[in-house]
Design a protein around this ligand. Structure first.
Ligand SMILES: Cc1cc2nc3c(=O)[nH]c(=O)nc-3n(C[C@H](O)[C@H](O)[C@H](O)COP(=O)(O)OP(=O)(O)OC[C@H]3O[C@@H](n4cnc5c(N)ncnc54)[C@H](O)[C@@H]3O)c2cc1C
Length: 390
């Protein structure tokens, strides 16, 4: 008989992983959570300052090449980092951080030139530049191929015209990883991915958007008016941007899963603490079997999702395409986080409905997970296509 395994984590994570986990957790507890109420109220977190600190600690480039300031570690370390972001008491900030690490930079890392990597990837990893991903438009969200922003080639530059919608980190970003149309031809080879410096003439934040949840994360509508961007800001090859972005979406969607899982578990834990204390009809609420069973159902589903995430990590480590599993995971995560936040708010009664209770923030924040980064219906479409249902 081998040595007894104490927790499932010990199957996957070594002491070195746990050192990273401890470092990220300490940072979240000391440098982030004491400030989130203030930042949430302000509708923005000071990303420039925060990312510089995170960059110095190596948190923003866990998987990236040390040549560009990354840590050169594997997907297990990235998963540890993403799991710990779930302890941030305002999920919008976890999203803002993953925009930097898993949404605006993977395509630069995979397809970008040495110049783009040295100028933007390295600066993003070091926390010296804030990144944002600009794909969605007022007229094109789920149907990415319907986007209307154009990039027209003129000698040594492209001219960008159009607008982008719901862009996370949009008011603070130093650069946008932006998808634009470079040809009128039908099909998926009419798009290209660019790095657009935010300080170029013609780049404008049209407005900062007010939202139902994730207030801490600044979300913007952007306008690009005759923006001249040098040709060396094209990522990879012209006409391949849609394909690059579809691959980048896999990093984006995956990054949401570990922190959603952690957050769901934190919601359960804070609710258990509440219903243990709360006396109704002469005894603590937790003594009601109906509540215990509901909580047991949810922790069972959270644990299942967590193990499914570890399966995805194994696939990624083996170099396999995990699009099917990541789509399934994102679909489950959105629904589960919403269900847990809603059910746990109910267990808090009137207090859960109050702005002052953290559960009401989780409830508001959870809603976006079934929309942003691919709505549930879009994910079902991806799964149905891979399964050849039609
Ligand atoms: C908080 C937040 C942050 C965001 N951050 C960013 C960002 O940083 N960068 C960026 O580019 N985008 C961002 N987005 C945009 C996000 O990716 C889009 O909102 C999302 O892809 C859906 O697009 P849409 O809003 O245009 O909805 P639409 O495409 O108009 O779809 C509306 C609804 O229709 C349903 N639907 C869609 N397709 C189908 C279908 N085939 N069958 C059945 N039903 C369907 C879905 O329920 C969907 O919610 C963000 C969104 C939110 C809410």
């Amino acid at each position: 008989m081998g040595k007894a395994i104490k927790t499932s984590e010990q199957l996957y994570f070594t002491k070195d992983h746990e050192l990273v986990r401890r470092a990220v957790r300490d940072f979240v507890n000391k440098e982030i959570n004491p400030h989130v109420d203030e930042w949430e109220e302000a509708g923005i977190a000071p990303l420039k300052r925060l990312f510089k600190k995170m960059g110095k600690l190596g948190f923003l480039g866990i998987r990236y090449d040390p040549k560009y300031g990354g840590q050169g570690l594997d997907y297990w370390y990235e998963t540890v980092f993403l799991e710990e972001l779930g302890h941030i008491k305002a999920l919008g900030l976890a999203v803002a951080i993953t925009v930097q690490t898993n949404m605006a930079t993977p395509a630069i890392d995979e397809f970008g030139s040495e110049f783009l990597k040295q100028t933007y990837l390295k600066a993003a990893i070091e926390g010296k530049k804030v990144g944002a991903i600009a794909v969605t438009e007022p007229g094109a969200g789920s149907d990415v191929a319907a986007l209307a922003t154009t990039a027209e080639r003129r000698s040594n530059h492209y001219v960008i015209n159009g607008s982008k919608m719901y862009i996370t980190n949009g008011t603070q970003a130093d650069f946008y990883t932006l998808l634009a149309r470079t040809s009128e031809d039908p099909g998926y080879h009419s798009f290209s991915l660019f790095v657009i410096p935010a300080d170029l003439p013609g780049v404008e934040v049209s407005r900062k958007l007010e939202k139902l949840g994730v207030w801490i994360s600044d979300t913007a509508e952007l306008y690009f008016d005759q923006v001249k961007v040098p040709v060396d800001h094209l990522i990879g090859k012209e006409g391949e941007g849609f394909i690059y972005q579809m691959q980048q979406f896999q990093h984006e969607r995956f990054s949401l899963l570990p922190f959603a899982c952690t957050a769901a578990r934190d919601i359960i834990d804070l609710t258990v603490a509440y219903v243990r204390d709360r006396v109704v009809f002469g005894k603590p609420l937790i003594r009601r079997q109906v509540l215990q069973h509901r909580l047991a159902d949810w922790v069972t589903e959270i644990e299942s999702l967590k193990q499914f995430i570890y399966h995805m990590v194994r696939m990624k480590q083996a170099g396999l395409d995990a699009t099917r599993e990541i789509s399934m995971g994102k679909l489950i995560a959105g629904q589960l986080l919403n269900k847990v936040a809603d059910g746990c708010l109910q267990m808090h009664g009137g207090m859960g409905y109050m702005k002052e209770s953290v559960i009401s923030r989780y409830y508001r924040d959870a809603r976006g997970l079934s929309i942003g980064g691919g709505a549930d219906e879009v994910l079902r479409g991806v799964i149905a296509k891979i399964e050849n249902f039609a």
